[in-house]
Design a protein around this ligand. Structure first.
Ligand SMILES: [Zn+2]
Length: 233
């Protein structure tokens, strides 16, 4: 199964990505690949998806009940993962998102603990940020994962409103409270009794995913798992 996924991913990536390695600039990269094999092999895998009680799951202990959670790669300053995420979030390099999503899905599948997922929900962006960036990077990652996992992406099931007050002036508790308030389930019917995979680019404190997940768990019978591309140490 995993071998088949890898073959499929390679063929798929071969079709869609440009000719120079995004990591080292080398042209020793298969046509339309994003990374050369050397850079691909150097990505710092966490192995978290296969491990119960991994650091990402521990982040949510006592805060948000999750079925399983994990991140594919370590996120460190000046690393290739850092470079790719910056390209995705701040340089309009949208195809990086789909690519990272596919890589993350490969790691997740290899972990073997996410087999019962029904659908994928990207952490929503508010409308203002969406307009500015032109896309939701989490949605692109979710789309890449969907290509490999064969599960649908629900783009409109959960939405996020713009903050009405400056976050920086608030203390931690009220900041969390206001964050929770901005997420809203728009299509509870699509999420009810489903095992939902909530997806984002990076997990740091987990506060935003916690806020979104808390709102989602008000949907009857919803079971939540979380996957991100990277985890900050
Ligand atoms: Zn390279």
């Amino acid at each position: 199964m995993i071998k088949r996924l890898h073959t499929y991913a390679r063929d798929f990536l071969h079709l869609f990505f440009p000719h120079y390695c995004e990591g080292c600039g080398s042209d020793a990269v298969e046509e339309k690949q994003l990374l050369c094999l050397q850079c691909l092999a150097q990505l710092p895998q966490t192995g978290f998806f296969g491990v119960q009680g991994n650091p990402v799951e521990k982040t949510f202990y006592g805060r948000l009940p999750v079925n399983a959670a994990g991140a594919a790669y370590y996120f460190t300053d000046d690393s290739l993962v850092h470079h790719l995420v910056i390209q995705l979030k701040y340089h309009g390099n949208s195809h990086v998102g789909t690519y990272l999503g596919m890589l993350t899905a490969l790691e997740l599948s290899a972990g073997g603990r996410f087999d019962t997922i029904d659908c994928i929900v990207p952490l929503p962006l508010n409308e203002k940020k969406l307009q500015k960036r032109g896309y939701n990077q989490a949605a692109l990652i979710a789309e890449g994962m969907s290509q490999l996992l064969g599960k649908p992406v629900l783009l409109k099931a959960v939405t996020r409103d713009v903050f009405t007050e400056s976050q920086t002036t608030k203390n931690r508790v009220s900041r969390w409270q206001s964050m929770r308030d901005v997420f809203r389930v728009e299509d509870a019917g699509a999420l009810a009794n489903k095992h939902v995979l909530l997806v984002d680019d990076i997990i740091t404190t987990g506060a935003t995913l916690e806020a979104c997940g808390t709102v989602m768990q008000q949907v009857p019978g919803l079971s939540l798992s979380i996957a991100t591309v990277a985890w900050t140490i």
